[in-house]
Ligand binder design. Structure first.
Ligand code: SAM
Length: 267
């Protein structure tokens, strides 16, 4: 039984890292008129209220979006999506990755979302409405069933909760398989950097796989409270789009200027 609920962590520093880059990438990909596919294996509930009891219990968004949003230029796609969400859903609302995609993608782009947890899945359907195909399914199986998608251009976001420890072992094989099926697809994997670094063997396997356009980016930040194990956020990309490294360097500089740590490549 899955127990992870992203509402406890929505808008935290790791979400800023992941969602800022995702927003930038989707905005850049829509510069070209050709349609896109967007697939998410672990979608969550789509939209979050940061004044909900669960979010207030951890208070994680205080060091994240609440503190960092003003550090983004007014025309940065992440800032624009967060502000558009607040205008539509209230000042304490926050867009998860499915709402970021729904906001930035166009009518003829296709969105496929998998969420296994029954309540999160029901909330996700409500959040994205008819804009996306929402599946109550295992995200890994869903992605394999639709890759290569139509349209061929596009992105697969993999954002597991890592509740199942074997995820670290299976992800490199899964990503290599997706890449064999969909060699032009951009794959974006998020992983936490925990104090005991369980992500390291996974990264070694991903880096040894020799995937094209591979790009890894990590930021370190102070634990959100004493004893909290997460001390950073990581992204691993396959077929990273043009300009990705430069954008990630800008995000990292922003983290550093806000005293949120900085590069964590040797963690
Ligand atoms: N991507 C979301 C965002 O950024 O807004 C957050 C997703 S949250 C980290 C992970 C979600 O994956 C949880 O809602 C959990 O219920 C769901 N989940 C866990 N295992 C899954 C699986 N095998 N397939 C689909 N969803 C799964």
């Amino acid at each position: 039984m899955l127990s992870y609920q992203h509402i406890y962590h929505a808008g935290n520093t790791a979400d800023v890292h992941k969602h800022a880059f995702l927003s930038w990438m989707l905005a850049r990909l829509t510069d070209k008129p050709k349609p896109l596919s967007y697939i998410e294996t672990h979608a969550g509930r789509g939209g979050y209220q940061l004044d909900a009891a669960e979010a207030l219990k951890t208070g994680e968004s205080a060091a994240g979006v609440a503190r960092m949003l003003a550090g983004f230029a007014p025309d940065h796609p992440y800032r624009q999506v967060v502000e558009a969400t607040r205008a539509r859903m209230g000042r304490d609302s926050y867009p998860g990755s499915p709402l970021i995609a729904a906001e930035l993608l166009r009518e003829d782009d296709r969105i496929h979302l998998a969420e296994l947890h029954p309540q999160e899945h029901a909330a996700l359907r409500g959040a994205v409405g008819r804009r996306a195909r929402v599946h109550q399914a295992d995200g890994f199986a869903l992605a394999l069933s639709i890759c290569p998608p139509e349209p061929r251009r596009g992105v697969l976001l993999i954002d597991p909760s890592y509740e199942i420890k074997t995820d670290y072992e299976t992800l490199p094989r899964f990503i290599a398989k997706v890449h064999r099926m969909w060699n032009v697809g951009i794959v974006m994997l998020w992983y936490p950097i925990l104090q005991d670094a369980p992500h390291r063997p996974m990264l070694r396997a991903l880096e040894a796989a020799g995937l094209p356009g591979a790009l890894r980016h990590e930021v370190a930040f102070p634990p959100v409270r004493e004893g909290h194990r997460m001390v950073g956020s990581g992204l691993f990309l396959v077929n990273a789009p043009f300009g990705a490294a430069e954008e990630l360097a800008r995000v990292e500089e922003m983290f550093r200027s806000l005293g949120q740590g900085g590069h964590a490549s040797d963690q």
